[in-house]
Ligand binder design. Sequence first.
Ligand code: ADP
Length: 442
Amino acid sequence: MQPKIKIRYSIFLKLIILILVFIVLVNVSIGIVLSLIFGKGHFGGPERFPKAVRQYVINNIGNPPDTSKAQKLSDELDLKIRIESDGLIWTNDRSIPTIEKLGPERDFRNDEDDFIVRIKGRPLFINKSGNSYIIFSPPLPRDLINETNVVVAVIIIITILTVLLYFSLRLIFGPVKKLAEGVENISRGDFESNIEVNRKDELGNLAVSINEMKTSISNMIKSKESLLIDVSHELRSPLTRIKLANEFIADEKIQTKIRDDVREMELMITEILESYRFDKGYESVSREKTDLIKVIERVISKSAPAKIIFEPELKEAIISGDKRKIETALFNIADNAVKYSDGKPVNIRVYKDPSGKENIFVSVKDEGMGIDESELTKIFEPFYRVDKSRDKKINGYGLGLSLVKKILDEHYASIEVKSKTGSGTEFIISFPDILPIILPGK
Ligand code: ADP
C-alpha cells in the first residue's frame, strides 16, 4: 500500500492567502491610482500658487470686478474663473460651483476673505471683497486625468489582477482534471494506469487514496474471479463422475432429469471458463476462411432445428475468422432467440451490405417477449439478466451475450439490437470485409 503523503501546503491555506493578496493588491493599486490623480499638489495646491500670485489675480480683476480683465488673465494663466458680484455673474468655466453651492462646504461668508476649498481634490481659491466673490481654480497640470480615465485605470487594474487570480487558481486546481480523468478510467474498468499527481496538498493525497482504492478493488475482483474459475474448474471432475454414475440409475425418468441438470451445469462452466479465457487473451484467434452459412447450419442443428427458419439468400458467405468462436457467438444469439420467444419461430438471415460495401450481415429475429429499450445496452454486460423474475424460468447466467460481444470485437464485427417489449427482438451482426468472398446469390 502506498503511504499517504503528508500535507505540506494545504490547499485551503493557499486559497486564503491568494484571496487576501488579491484584496490587498486591489486596494493598494486603486489607492495608488486615486492618490496619483487626486493627490495633493497635483492640481497645483497653494504651494504652487502662492498668496502673492493669488493676490495678483484678485488685484488685476479689480473691484468692482472687470470681466474683460478676468478673461485676459484666464487666457494668460490658464485659469478657470467665476465672478459673483452685485447683479453680475460671470464665468469662463461652468464646472466651477456657485457660491450658493459651495456654501455647505464651508460657511465662508462670515469668515476670512481669502481661503481655499477643495472639491474632489481640486483646489478653488475664493476671495471675498464686500459683496463680490471671485472664485478661481489654478491650471490643471494633468488635464488628461479626468473621471473617465480613473474608471478605465481601475477597470484595467482589476482585470489584470483577476487574470492573475484565474491563473493562480488554475495552478492550484490543475490536478482536478487529472483526477476526474483517472476516476473515469477506473469506472470504465481500467485498473492498470495510476493517477499521477505529484503534489503535497489535499489533491495529491486524494490521488494517492484513489490509486489505493483502485488497487484494492482490482485485487478484490481478481480474487473473486480466480475463485470462480477455480470452482468452475474443480466442478468438472465431480460432474463427470455424476454423469458416469447416472448411467447406472435404473429409473429412466430420474436419469433424464439428472442428465439435463448436469448438461446445464456443464454449459454454465463452459461459459464461465470460456469468457475468462477471452478476457485474459489466452486463446489466440485464428483467421481461417469461414463460411457463415455452414456455421449457421451447425448452430441450428445444435440449438432447435424445428423452431429456426433459415433460407440462405447467398450461396456462400465467407469471412476470415475463428470458426469455433464465431459458432459460439451465433449459437448464443440463436439459442437466446429460441429461449426467449416462447416457442414462436426464429428467423435467421445472411445478406450483403445493402449499401454495396463488402460487409456481411447476419440477422437473428424472433417474435418473443422483447427487451425494454433501457436494457438494450446492459444486456452485453457479464452476468446481466434483464428481469430476474421474468427470466427465472429460463436457464441462463447472463454470460452469453458478453461472450458474444468479446468474440465479435476480436473479429472487428459490430452488433446491433432492435427490440420492442412483447413484439420481439432482432440482433444484427455486421462482419467487416476482412476477407470477403461472396458469390452471387442462388
Ligand atoms: P442468459 O444466459 O441469461 O440468456 P445472455 O447474456 O445471453 O444471458 O442475455 C442477457 C439477457 O438479455 C438475458 O437474460 C435476457 O433477459 C436478454 N435477452 C437476450 N436475448 C434475448 C431475446 N432474444 N429476447 C429477449 N430477451 C433477450
